[in-house]
Design a protein around this ligand. Sequence first.
Ligand code: DGY
Length: 324
Amino acid sequence: MSDKKLKIFVTRRWPEAAEDALRTHFEPTFNMSDVPLDKAALMDGFASHDIAAPTVSDKIDADIIAAGAKGNCQLIANYGVGVNHIDLAAAAAEAIPVTNTPGVLTDATADLTLTLMLVLCRRAGEGERELRAGEWSGWRPTHLVGRAMTGKRLGIIGMGRIGKAVARRAHFGFGMDICFYNRSPVGDVDDLKAVRMASVAEVCAVSDFVSLHCAASPDTYQILGTDALAALHDGAYVINTARGDVVDEAALVAALNAGTIGGAGLDVYQGEPDINPAILAARNTVLLPHLGSATVESRTAMGLKVVENANAFAAGQDLIDPVI
Ligand code: DGY
């Protein structure tokens, strides 16, 4: 490779420290408006740069990848761990490798999962809204009484890095029993005394909270569906900080409105940022705008991971976080 800096196309703005790190090593083009680029702009950006760094808010389909392959694009270094927004088969067919940013957003996402669990079961969102509306009439024994989290059972769907980090917080911090569903056997959970179940429905049948942490893929599409939701008891809570596609939203809304589950804490949605109005109207929900990794520490580290992978590519070395 020559000393000339490679050109990298960054589809959104990053935290300043990460943008600075990128500038040190590459010739970046940032999307200064920081609004999602349309397909034509993505095709153009992919074609005219050596490396593309998209993120979850971009839909990188086969046309965009083909445009990149026809032009200069030799690496897709995704800013984020989830890659369900990228047509991986198309990238593989064009022999363009894809990397992601695992590890550096585990703690932030696990923390936000616990936030949703607590805000939901302790009715903190309702309380804050009531107080700000000037509707709080004072303390009384029956006011906004929620449910305890301590000592309850948490079911985890997808016991990868983030699932384990949530389980550790819940077990050691809140004395929760842990059970989980994971397609393949899982190591590193003996100290949690976590019980592996054979199906999502079995996890739901015994859990007070069910939290989704699997990657979105055709295999996990609506993995929490009607049958699994029907297995939950009427005080159980569903938490989703993974991807909207792993939950059957229509079935979730039906269960919420019928009162067959206790509530839902959601950070991700099918078709986000458009939210199904039925979700907005459903009873007993806490809804956040995809904030799982939103700490300055994680979002900076995600950018630095892109830089590391791009540096490895530029040096002709093995990629650090290859997806394909
Ligand atoms: C990811 O990295 O996939 C997250 O969803 C972004 O926060």
